[in-house]
Structure formats: structure tokens, C-alpha cells
Design a protein around this ligand. Structure first.
Ligand code: GLY
Length: 371
């Protein structure tokens, strides 16, 4: 498979890097690190699920170019995306006498990428970061755009920085070992990109979902290429989320609140985003702000991707209350991303709470939605 490349530049945000998409890209990532930074060692930050599958491959690639690979393994799971795990990475780096020219490789899903990125942003006031996503979600979203962070008891990603990678390597071979549930979770972010910015991609997804769900490498590579194109284009325009980047939060204010109420271990991020997109779309249609034809297509695609249509038995008021601890709240008002039509969304800060509760109820109430 030919490698494809997307370049992301946002000069005032210190972002100027390639995102490489293809197969067998570990050697290329190691060569990039050797030529650009000439380090004697690199740390591969990875988690307890990914380490046994892929850490040896990346370590061998580094050894081939004369770099000593150090491997820092953190426990897998969103529940470990916290200050204790970050402290463990900091300790590991400092105990190995880290130097500013020594890169960190983030080998894993979104949690690894966000935490390794936070460590790279803060240790010695910043060291190079190379993102090697091993989940679809990380490849199409978390590894691109420089957001790093950890969760706090008050909510997700409430502590963090912007620190862009100097290279992102989306190697389809690494992603093809993903559990199906994780692939589906990543698909929710792809559906999100299509709704907010690319009606053609939505139609492409409708046609190619079966191949994607069978991990067909060419379809996965095309999926990643299309999604990174959407994300990189938005980040280049608005790296610090002052305007259009907020569109990427479609489904996320509802979704983060659902994750918090249901439990991070019970509701994967992408599942929560799928539910959030359904709630936001029904809300927008109810307010007369969205073409109604979007909803059946969105419901069909979410169902076909194997994502949930409901998470039943939770009080919509508890979800609303959790929405207020989201970092997108401004002046104590919810800021919601609402679809207008396929490929277009808008930001709304004027939505009545009663309408938000009704929209949440469509995904949390038993029998609220007919299949
Ligand atoms: N995941 C949303 C963003 O990067 O802005």
C-alpha cells in the first residue's frame, strides 16, 4: 500500500508536521527521530494492552537506527488517565536523565496519546513528541491537533496543554489488531467529522462500512486519510479552539456527561459520542434548526456501525448537571454544537434547559426511540 501524507501547519501554534498513513511505518518513524533529533535514547510510552502487541516492533526499529528504546508501560483504561499515571511517566523520564532533544513516542490509543503528550509538554518545559496511534479513534482524532491532558474527578480532560507532535504515524498494521468495540468507538468520531464538515464522506461511510468493520486495510487507510484531512484543515484554521475547532465537539458535551454519569469503564468514549450526536441532532431538529432528513441517516449509520442508540435507566437531569462541568461551558451557559444539515453545524448558547433534558431523555429512557 502506498503511503499517504497530510501536512498540518499552524505557524502561530508551533504546529508544522506530517501525518503519515499506510503500513509498515515504524522504520520511517525511527529514522525521522534519528535524523531530526540525533538522540541516544527515546521513551516509548504505551499501555498494558498495547505493549505486548507492538512495543517490540517500535523498539526494534529504534535499535536499527542506533537509538536505545526505553519502554514506559502505563495501566490501560480511561480510569488511569490521571495525575498518578502522569507522575509515573514524569518519574520514568527524569530517572532516565531525560534531555530536551530526546523524543517521546506515544504508542497507543487516545488515553496514551493524551498522557504521553502532556508529559512531553511539561518535562523540561517540552520535549519532542511522535504520535503512533494504535486505535482508530487516536488515528483520526486524538493524535492530530496537539491537545494533551488528563481527567479530574470533576470531569474529562479538565487539565492539559496544547503540544503538537513533530510527526504522526498512522500505521494500519497497528490498528488492525484493535478489538471490534474500539473500532466502533473510533467510527463515532469519523461519523462526527462527516456530519460537521463533509457530506461526501458521510455517503462514503454509508457505502464502505462493511469493509471497514472487516478491517480491510485499504478501506481503513482511506477512512483515516479522509478524517485526518477534515481534522487537520480545522486545526490549521483554529489551533486553540477559539472558533471553528469547537465544531469538533459535536456530540461531546452530551457524550462527556453520559460517560461521567454511566461510568468511564462502562461506556466507551465513542459510544458516548454516538449517543451525544443523536441527542444533539434531535434537539436541533426540535428547535427547527436542522434539516429533519439528517436524523434517519445518522441513526442508520450509527446502528450499522454497531454503536448504541440508547443507554437506558439514567436520569436526564443528572446528565444535564454533568454537562455543566464540561470545559466548553462559558459564563455558566451550555455551548452546544448543533447540526444544521449534513456537513454543517452551528454553535448555540441559547437552548432552553427543558429542551436539552428532552433530548437527553431520547437516549436514556427505556423505549424512547423506536428502532
Ligand atoms: N478532539 C477534538 C479536538 O481535537 O479539538
Amino acid at each position: 500500500m502506498a503511503m499517504r501524507k497530510i501536512h498540518l501547519t499552524a505557524a502561530h501554534a508551533d504546529a508544522d508536521y506530517d501525518i503519515l498513513i499506510g503500513t509498515d511505518l515504524c522504520d520511517g518513524a525511527a529514522t525521522f527521530a534519528a535524523e531530526k533529533y540525533r538522540p541516544h535514547a527515546c521513551t516509548i510510552v504505551t499501555d498494558s494492552n498495547v505493549a505486548p502487541l507492538h512495543a517490540d516492533k517500535v523498539a526494534a526499529a529504534l535499535q536499527k537506527v542506533g537509538i536505545e528504546p526505553l519502554v514506559c508501560v502505563i495501566p490501560a483504561g480511561e480510569e488511569h488517565k490521571n495525575i498518578q499515571t502522569l507522575q509515573h511517566i514524569w518519574d520514568f523520564l527524569l530517572q532516565h536523565r531525560w534531555e530536551r532533544r530526546m523524543p517521546i513516542f506515544a504508542l497507543g490509543g487516545g488515553v496514551v496519546g493524551d498522557m504521553a503528550g502532556f508529559a512531553a509538554a511539561t518535562v523540561l518545559r517540552g520535549v519532542p513528541l511522535i504520535q503512533m496511534p494504535t486505535s482508530l479513534l487516536a488515528a483520526v482524532d486524538a493524535s492530530v491537533g496537539g491537545k494533551t491532558g488528563i481527567d479530574h474527578a470533576m470531569g474529562k480532560n479538565l487539565l492539559g496543554t496544547f503540544h503538537h507532535a513533530s510527526l504522526v504515524v498512522a500505521d494500519v498494521n497497528l490498528i488492525s489488531t484493535l478489538p471490534r468495540r474500539e473500532l466502533q468507538s473510533g467510527l463515532a468520531e469519523c461519523i462526527k467529522h462527516a456530519v460537521i464538515a463533509d457530506a461526501n464522506m458521510f455517503a462514503w461511510l454509508e457505502r464502505h462500512l462493511p469493509q471497514i468493520l472487516h478491517f480491510d486495510p485499504a478501506s481503513l487507510a482511506e477512512l483515516i486519510f479522509q478524517n485526518v484531512s477534515v481534522k487537520a484543515n480545522i486545526v490549521a484554521q483554529d489551533p486553540y479552539e477559539k472558533s471553528i475547532r469547537a465544531h469538533l465537539n459535536f456530540g461531546h458535551t452530551f457524550g462527556h456527561a453520559l460517560e461521567k454519569v454511566v461510568g468511564y469503564d462502562k461506556l466507551p468514549h465513542g459510544y458516548a459520542v454516538a449517543l451525544g450526536m443523536l441527542a444533539a441532532t434531535r434537539l436541533s431538529i426540535g428547535l427547527g434548526r436542522c434539516e429533519p432528513q439528517l436524523l434517519p441517516r445518522l441513526e442508520h449509520l450509527i446502528r450499522a456501525a454497531g454503536l448504541p442508540m440508547t443507554v437506558e435507566g439514567y436520569d436526564p437531569r443528572a446528565v444535564l448537571s454533568a454537562m455543566y462541568s464540561d470545559k466548553k461551558v462559558a459564563s455558566a451557559k451550555l455551548r452546544l454544537i448543533l447540526p444544521v444539515k449534513l456537513g454543517q453545524v452551528t454553535i448555540a448558547s441559547d437552548v432552553p434547559e427543558a429542551s436539552v433534558i428532552d433530548a437527553i431523555a431520547t437516549v436514556t429512557t427505556v423505549g424512547a426511540v423506536s428502532a
